[in-house]
Write a protein that binds this ligand. Structure first.
Ligand code: SF4
Length: 174
């Protein structure tokens, strides 16, 4: 992704009427591998809780424990669902279903929809991160995560995980 596009996406995040909305009431799920990376980089184990699955805690003001000074304190190693950003997921059997947040709740989506190259780049990174997470989680924890509703999203792709290879070969776009 080129610098001007990164800048435009960052600007869109900054203009979000929710101001840090993605990190408000966000409890990103964590694989053990992600926990090990976070802890090795100074995140306190006290920032993590188990509620059917391992996840980051919220602060009393409702923001993620790692949201500091208006930004993510662990940007370069943030959890997979945080990297995926406006893309979210669900599963139907062994089919991974990728959803995109509606423009009304994420200003970044408008920019992505206007720039196919940017959309494809972020879609590919997001899908790979989500698949890494899905494969790393214990089944019982994944089942708990899949119970979480993701309103205001549109289905944008379905991917069979049985013989998944990096996109675009295996992606059935909607
Ligand atoms: S880990 Fe970072 S990007 Fe993810 S919710 Fe927490 S502060 Fe936001």
């Amino acid at each position: 992704m080129d610098d001007s596009l990164c800048e435009a996406l960052s600007k869109a995040c900054g203009e979000c009427h929710l101001a840090g909305g993605c990190c408000f009431e966000a409890r990103p799920p964590l694989s053990q591998k992600r926990i090990d990376i976070l802890v090795a980089n100074g995140v306190s184990p006290d920032a993590i809780e188990f509620a059917g699955y391992k996840r980051l805690k919220l602060r009393p003001d409702g923001f993620c424990m790692l949201f500091q000074d208006g930004r993510c304190a662990v940007h370069s190693i943030k959890p997979e669902t945080c990297v995926a950003g406006p893309f979210t997921f669900d599963m139907l059997g062994s089919t991974l279903r990728i959803f995109l947040k509606k423009e009304s709740i994420c200003p970044m989506v408008r920019i992505l929809k206007a720039d196919r190259k940017a959309y494809d780049g972020l879609f590919e990174v997001s899908t790979e991160k989500i698949i890494d997470l899905v494969r790393a989680l214990p089944t019982s924890e994944l089942e708990e995560i899949l119970k979480i509703e993701e309103p205001e999203t549109d289905l944008v792709a379905e991917i069979s995980l049985e013989d998944w290879k990096p996109c675009p070969e295996q992606c059935k776009r909607h």
